[in-house]
Design a binder for this molecule. Structure first.
Ligand SMILES: Nc1ncnc2c1ncn2[C@@H]1O[C@H](COP(=O)(O)OP(=O)(O)OP(=O)(O)O)[C@@H](O)[C@H]1O
Ligand SMILES: [Mg+2]
Length: 271
């Protein structure tokens, strides 16, 4: 066992002058290096707050986040920057996540300019490798986000997340804005990239099927608490908690059937 990221008794309370809201209520979880954790739960359960804490973007009220053995709460700004370089982030809405005025080339080059000394030809070459690894062609380099499809935008988002060679990739609803057939292509791409680069994933998703496909383990969240945790195959097949049973039952079967077919066909078309 080699935990890459973990939380211990994480509490996150949002307080305003008039009210106080407990978004995370003593959340403890561990993600082993090279594995994939799925985080499921209804809207408002605290999933995004949890991953913002993992990234150090949200300061918890209590508890700790440990990344590769170090408490991120006590890191210096320099150590935190070094940590952020080892973590990639893929967002839900691929079109909105990209700067509309930046070409594909510029978008993918940006994290390299920020975190590395690569410039000029070396930078261009590295961007080319990243684009190739997500199935985009040379011709896409000079396009703007509105000149490519939603699926292609998400490929750019994934290239941006992976271009700095992170170890941990955090994905917040990576396919929920996409059509089912495009979802399947992106999920297949993520599976391939994970194996190829020995990545660790933490993925938030509303879709039980997506989590079943991509995750080794799963945590089920309800109102800021983890109500159930375990192997994805077990938790999602034989849920112990009634809330998980309802989540699984509420997962749309028509969509899951088409997703399963699309995943098994492994289309190579880029859309
Ligand atoms: N900065 C904030 N200030 C106050 N309340 C917040 C803040 N961020 C989140 N919350 C509240 O915390 C709760 C959890 O939010 P969060 O975004 O983590 O949910 P989620 O599980 O990601 O939901 P969704 O599935 O809709 O994305 C929500 O009730 C939200 O309104
Ligand atoms: Mg969210």
């Amino acid at each position: 066992m080699n935990p890459l990221v973990s939380t211990d008794d994480l509490v996150c309370r949002f307080t305003s002058r008039r009210s106080s809201f407990l978004a995370l209520d003593h959340v403890s979880m561990t993600v082993e290096q090279g594995t994939s954790l799925g985080v499921v739960g209804e809207s408002g359960a605290g999933k995004t707050t949890l991953i913002r804490c993992l990234l150090g973007l949200q300061q918890p009220t209590e508890g700790t986040v440990t990344f590769d053995g170090s408490d991120i709460g006590t890191m210096s700004a320099k150590q935190r920057r070094a940590m952020r370089r080892r973590v990639g982030m893929v967002f839900q809405n691929p079109v909105m996540a990209l700067n509309p005025r930046m070409t594909v080339e510029e978008s993918v080059a940006e994290p390299l300019r920020l975190h590395t000394k690569l410039r000029g030809v070396d930078l261009r070459r590295r961007v080319g490798t990243a684009l190739e690894s997500v199935g985009l062609a040379e011709a896409h380099r000079s396009r703007l986000p509105h000149q490519i499809s939603g699926g292609q935008c998400q490929r750019v988002g994934i290239a941006r997340a992976l271009v700095t060679d992170p170890e941990l990739v955090i994905l917040d609803e990576p396919t929920s804005a996409l059509d089912v057939s495009v979802q399947a292509q992106i999920l297949n791409l993520l599976t391939d990239l994970k194996a190829e680069h020995d990545l660790t994933f933490v993925m938030v998703s509303h879709s039980i099927d997506v989590v079943r496909y991509l995750s080794d383990r799963v945590v089920v969240m309800l109102q800021g608490r983890v109500v159930e945790e375990g192997l994805a195959g077990e938790v999602l097949t034989e849920p112990r908690h009634e809330y998980t049973r309802n989540l699984v039952a509420a997962s749309p079967t028509v969509e899951s059937d088409s997703l399963r077919i699309a995943l098994s066909s492994r289309e190579e078309v880029v859309s």
